[in-house]
Write a protein that binds this ligand. Sequence first.
Ligand code: BG6
Length: 606
Amino acid sequence: MGGLFMCGIIGYAGVEPAAPILLDGLERLEYRGYDSAGIALAGGLRIRAAGRLSALREKIPAGSVLDIVGIGHTRWATHGAPTEQNAHPHRSDGGLYTLVHNGIIENYEALRAQLQAQGVAFHTETDTEVVAQLLEYHDTGDPLATLLAVLPLLEGSYALAVLYAPRPDRIFCAKRRSPLLACMGATGALLASDAAALLPHARSLYRFEDGEAAVLSREGIVFYNGAGEMITKKPTEIARHVLCADKGGYDHFMRKEMAEQPEVLRLTLEPLLRGGEIHLGEGEAALHDPMAIDRVLFLGCGSAWHVGTAGRLVTEELTGLPCAAELASEFRGGRVTVNENTLVIVISQSGETADTLMALRLAREAGARTLGIINVEGSSIALESGSVIYTKAGLEVAVATTKAYSAQLAAVYAVAARLAQLRGSISADALRGYLHALALLPEQAEAVLRDTEAEALAWAEEVHEKEHVYFLGRHTDYAAALEGSLKLKEISYIHAEGYPAGELKHGTISLVEPGTPVVAICARPEVTPKTQSNMEEVRARGARLYCVTNDPAVTAHRRILIPKTHPLLGTSLAVLPLQLFAYHCARLRGCDIDKPRSLAKSVTVE
Ligand code: BG6
């Protein structure tokens, strides 16, 4: 794979021409990385192109390639520039092995030097090429045995799909840490990095565990363990609502997915709030012996961490327990202080983010009780969480999350209330009021998306050429400020900071000058007066004030009024106009909204 980010791999061994099937699969994987792409067919043809998949498509005229076995790759580059030379598939010196890879070979330099000392010539700057060269160097004539012999030499993570020239009718694959799935479609066997690429072919998918390998051919898929012994695997059925992967008439997946939020909130809350009661299903297990829980820790990355930040505040308010929200990558850097009395809640859309997966493993090793709030069914984090609550956001294609974020937040609200109920830290009346407000969120979200877009667009028209924007909020409004600023950064490349409103005067206010756009969020009545005084501090320095609030008394240069809800649930409604604002800023700047530069939908390497 070469590099810090991740890629998408695909393979097909069947009776139909492989190229169109591989290209369609890569289209569905492109949100995982889009610096270069390539395919290789078992007959020997290898075609690669730098840049988007469309550049590769131009090189493969329809019907020109009839080979029925092949592998493909869409890349995210750091180990080696995003050039055609460094694009996958990579081929060994003598052409015996050709492969695609998702992950990082951490000891590639040492392995490369050893092979170069044996006279092996290298042609790329990538870490992946060393795997192809190692396979040829150690070839025994039995490609599966060779693969299983070479894997222990590799440090790091990989999902590999390998072609062996003397056996053009099959694909060999193996996995450690990077996700890999396979299925039997109507015309042949397929493998891919995630379900999105396989769902057009089958609904029951095989998920590889670490150390497993397989051989794919049109006859079927044979699975092996690391010792080369045949194993049987049970497929997972993927739910229908995950299927839809088109823009539904919108210009961008992101805008469609924003519009799906009311329905996604309904689908996610429906099983959790049946008959005015909270039902966490499998998630209930993590709350056993509730009085023994003495601390709650939320873990996640990116927007998932922002959900954790709001979740921490709501859970603290409802339970009175000390709560924290930590970045998974930072949790991994320090001393692990969780124990069997800590409830660790890990949040992830993809369920494959490596930092979050590793943090979860550390928490479980330390004996913590763990609960996953995950969107992708059967994903690694979901399978390893012990107990899991699935959000019902369906397939989220846009790299910048919206509907999965909103669904995660709704699930966290239910978990917080259930823990408070079990610990008796909330009265029946207060709980009823909270659950009533929670159940109203879907229709309120519908109204907010409908009624605030025009004003959000007007903000964007004023701001989209600016270089810096500050988002301010206190408590749960600060959580909304974090997410609003991330959305703007992710898709419009405008520098933005989500800032605790009260902290601004201790330093960052020095950056505010006449005309600087400052977006304040005032959806939590308890802290709104304080945030208003912070708004006055920046107004006094000439800032142009924008405000999202549910309090008609709050004034600003431009304001978006949202409906009132429970004081702890305001984040869910406040982020919606901030998503719209970011979307229109990016649209007015002509940015690639669904596939922003340097980002990926889920980062499966550390
Ligand atoms: C980033 C995505 O790569 O990972 C963000 O671009 C996301 O949208 C973050 O919030 C965490 O991903 P996940 O899948 O663990 O929620």
